[in-house]
Design a protein around this ligand. Structure first.
Ligand code: ZN
Length: 81
């Protein structure tokens, strides 16, 4: 059992999901249901490095496509709106 503490406030981190938003020069990419650890005290979300790198790939793909606005669900990154 890994009971990790929030680096900001020392609160307990709970498993959950968060919405990851990236503001690109030309548009916006929103990734929903990203697995993260949520601080029960201050509400800060902490995304694991391997998940963060996958998010970067997803954002890079959106950047290549040049979409102005894209909403992606993390579980199924192929389906876009
Ligand atoms: Zn906190």
């Amino acid at each position: 059992m890994s009971k990790r503490k929030c680096p900001i406030c020392g609160g307990n981190l709970k498993k959950g999901t968060t919405t990851y938003t990236v503001d690109l020069e030309f548009g916006l990419v929103v990734v929903r249901k990203v697995p993260a650890k949520i601080c029960s005290q201050c509400g800060e979300d902490w995304i694991d490095p391997d998940i963060a790198s996958k998010l970067e790939e997803t954002v890079a793909q959106a950047r290549e496509k040049g979409t102005e606005f894209e909403v992606i669900t993390y579980d199924n990154t192929v389906t876009t709106h």
